[in-house]
Write a protein that binds this ligand. Structure first.
Ligand SMILES: N[C@@H](CCC[C@H](N)C(=O)O)C(=O)O
Length: 277
């Protein structure tokens, strides 16, 4: 029997159990049980954080126990946690992730907290996504379950496929099918976007390892990048991405530049549990 101290955070309803330490502290089974919404705490994933050799870090394990390279909403929560706990000096610092360092700025600590993240530069190169296509997939034709739709494949450090023309009625079955498409060898987060003018869109994301979520930060960035790449939105101008859990503000920089994401992060409660659950 082992005690575990944890914190519950959420960003637009994308919710996480945050643990100070490294991912080796918990087994895959522990993570799955902790994230179970009926028999555990309930979360879309577990985030591990702390400061190692003077550098803040975050690692991400999805609710099904799989590892993710990056999590946008999670990074806002971790940034808030590091400031609340006094583990960093000031409110502007870098956090190391499996997708590289990301600069964060905690704008507001009191609820509802607000954090700006300089996300890494997106890549559409198939080897980066990764995806088995000969060239970047930009509004490329896809077929799934008899439906013809168009998709753009984007890496935000983790893999995303964004479509703007999937019929609403087909979304629930297309999400899991596209996620398991063998052209995405590491699976893919699938975003279903609808433009609302050039500066706004609605987005639903079927995430790797946690299914349909209230919000996905990297998914919102990938959708904004896809909108810019396909001429639906403009570079350098804020794009409001409205997810089921609420809006994120995304700005896509010039090609090769980073994407800026700004949104809320909230501490929900602190807890202690005894493992194994
Ligand atoms: N919800 C996250 C993304 C979490 C990781 C994702 N499920 C994956 O496996 O890539 C976000 O806010 O970005």
């Amino acid at each position: 029997m082992r005690p575990l101290l944890f914190e519950k955070y959420e960003g637009l309803g994308n919710d996480f159990v945050v643990v100070e330490g490294t991912s080796s502290m918990l087994s895959t089974d522990d993570v799955m049980r902790i994230c179970d919404r009926h028999r555990g705490i309930g979360a879309d994933g577990v985030l591990f954080t702390g400061v190692s050799a003077g550098r803040p870090f975050m690692s991400v394990i999805n609710a099904d126990g799989s590892t993710a390279e990056m999590c946008g909403n999670g990074l806002r929560c971790v940034a808030l946690h590091l400031v609340r706990r006094g583990l960093v000096d000031g409110r502007t610092f870098d956090v190391d992730t499996d997708a590289g360092p990301h600069a964060v700025r905690v704008l507001e600590v009191a609820a509802p907290g607000r954090v700006e993240v300089s996300m890494r530069a997106p890549s559409l190169a198939p080897r980066d996504v990764p995806a088995r296509f000969d060239a970047p997939l930009i509004d490329g034709e896809l077929r799934a379950d008899g439906v013809v739709l168009h998709g753009t494949a984007v890496s935000m450090g983790n893999p995303h496929l964004v479509t703007f023309d999937a019929p609403d009625a087909a979304r629930l079955r297309l999400g899991p099918m596209l996620q398991d498409d063998r052209r995405f060898p590491e699976k893919v987060n699938v975003g279903f976007a609808t433009m609302k003018g050039r500066g706004a869109m609605q987005l639903h994301v079927y995430e790797r390892g946690s299914g349909w979520t209230q919000a996905c930060g990297t998914g919102a960035c990938a959708a904004a990048v896809a909108a810019v790449e396909t001429g639906r939105a403009s570079r350098g101008a804020p794009i409001e991405v409205v997810l089921p859990g609420g809006p994120l503000e995304i700005v896509v920089g010039e090609a090769g530049e980073r994407v800026r994401m700004t949104g809320p992060a909230r501490h929900v409660f602190s807890g202690r549990l005894t493992l194994p659950l």
